[in-house]
Design a protein around this ligand. Sequence first.
Ligand SMILES: Nc1nc2c([nH]c(=O)n2[C@H]2C[C@H](O)[C@@H](COP(=O)(O)OP(=O)(O)OP(=O)(O)O)O2)c(=O)[nH]1
Length: 122
Amino acid sequence: MVRGGEVLICQRRPDQPMGLQWEFPGGKIEAGESPEQALARELDEELGIQAQIGPKVTHIRHNYRHGGAVDLQFFAVREFAGELENRIFAQLKWSRLEDLPEYDFLPADRGLIRDLASGKLL
Ligand SMILES: Nc1nc2c([nH]c(=O)n2[C@H]2C[C@H](O)[C@@H](COP(=O)(O)OP(=O)(O)OP(=O)(O)O)O2)c(=O)[nH]1
């Protein structure tokens, strides 16, 4: 989710794996879904919004030592209907791009965070 020079970041709950680390909203693709459909569904489930999924920002593959491999696709979302509501996270925050490195993000996201903070993406 992008709003001017800010992005919406989400802190995982303390009881989840990789608890209290920050991530972008989203989740796993279910059978028969495109990545965009999966993201729209997750944004509705997690935040209660009906989003228009914009262009793909990047694609990252990462091997977590314990949790196996993840294949992540990130999209810019600038338009949505409905009221943003925190349904599952410890907290939600709008962060300026240059402030992103202050947050403890999931390891797979760290290269993306550096690129967003230095203005290389978005
Ligand atoms: N939503 C999201 N997931 C991310 C990011 N970075 C990253 O490594 N991931 C990982 C964490 C999870 O292993 C997986 C997303 O799966 P998910 O959202 O459906 O599941 P989850 O974290 O609740 O937990 P689990 O089902 O894997 O136990 O991708 C990110 O920025 N956003």
